[in-house]
Design a protein around this ligand. Structure first.
Ligand SMILES: Nc1ncnc2c1ncn2[C@@H]1O[C@H](COP(=O)(O)OP(=O)(O)O)[C@@H](O)[C@H]1O
Ligand SMILES: [Mg+2]
Length: 250
């Protein structure tokens, strides 16, 4: 069974078609990257797959359930790290996770153990009692990932997980995402417009451009098909007509 099945999905906002007849699958247990420039439709796709937005037409299944007909079943099985920062700066890291543990109905002896395990996996154990307002951007992102994995999701959605982070912080997030997949076999669906991130982390990528799916496959195979020696940056330019955003100012 695939973790995600998307079939002829379309989403219109008035005159804008944000997602235009897109179909693809995500096998279980992989890191999948949805790539494309700003405005390509990546966040809209994530919002549909997490049941936060309704598609105009087409269908999608996540963890075996239809996002429209079985939204509650889907929500029970997923985690979501939104593009905007979502952690509460006036609480400690531990307290932020406590709020979510309660939301997910995790109580009793399990509660403290699950929170500490998630913090430890994201390398935040020592910082857990500090207020989040004193965390760096990378620490906040890792806290949000810890938060999203508390309910042991089958599929974890991350929208631009390293947007605005410095190189060291980005590498730490990559490292933790890879560890999360290895440890729990979580299927990870992330969006990014950084091609080095996709090349490092993703087993399979899909390119969106103006709402349309332009390419799908393993990064090495896609780039080799395009031109021997090419990388994802080259492919990005070929598919979208402009260079990908640079993650690091140089
Ligand atoms: N709620 C909305 N209302 C109207 N237009 C929207 C809305 N959300 C997204 N869009 C439009 O849909 C397109 C895709 O946006 P988005 O999914 O955010 O792209 P990405 O995440 O790839 O940058 C853009 O043209 C955007 O302006
Ligand atoms: Mg977006």
């Amino acid at each position: 069974m695939n973790a995600i099945d998307v079939s002829h999905l379309r989403k219109r906002f008035g005159a804008v078609t944000a997602v235009d007849d897109v179909s693809f699958t995500v096998p279980q247990g992989i890191v999948f990257g949805l790539l494309g420039p700003n405005g390509a439709g990546k966040s809209t796709m994530i919002k549909i797959l997490t049941t936060l937005a309704q598609p105009t037409s087409g269908s999608a299944q996540v963890a075996g359930f239809d996002v429209r007909r079985n939204a509650l079943e889907v929500r029970r099985r997923i985690g979501y790290v939104p593009q905007q920062q979502s952690a509460d700066p006036d609480l400690s890291g531990y307290e932020n996770l406590l709020v979510f543990a309660r939301l997910y109905g995790i109580g009793g002896a399990q509660q403290r153990q699950r929170i500490l395990e998630a913090l430890e996996l994201m390398d935040l154990g020592d910082a857990r009692h500090r207020l989040v307002r004193h965390y760096s951007g990378g620490m906040i992102r890792r806290l949000e990932i810890a938060q999203s994995m508390l309910n042991d999701p089958e599929v974890l959605f991350m929208d631009e997980p390293t947007l605005g982070l410095d190189p060291l912080a980005r590498h730490m997030v990559w490292d933790r995402v890879a560890k999360l997949r290895r440890t729990y076999e979580t299927t990870i669906f992330l969006t990014t417009h950084y091609m080095d991130e996709a090349e490092t982390l993703c087993d399979i990528v899909a390119f969106l451009h103006q709402g349309c799916l332009k390419a799908y496959g393993k990064p090495a195979e896609l780039t080799a098909q395009y031109r021997p020696g090419a990388d994802l940056d080259d492919l990005f330019i070929a598919l979208t007509g402009r260079p990908a955003a640079k993650s690091v100012a140089s």
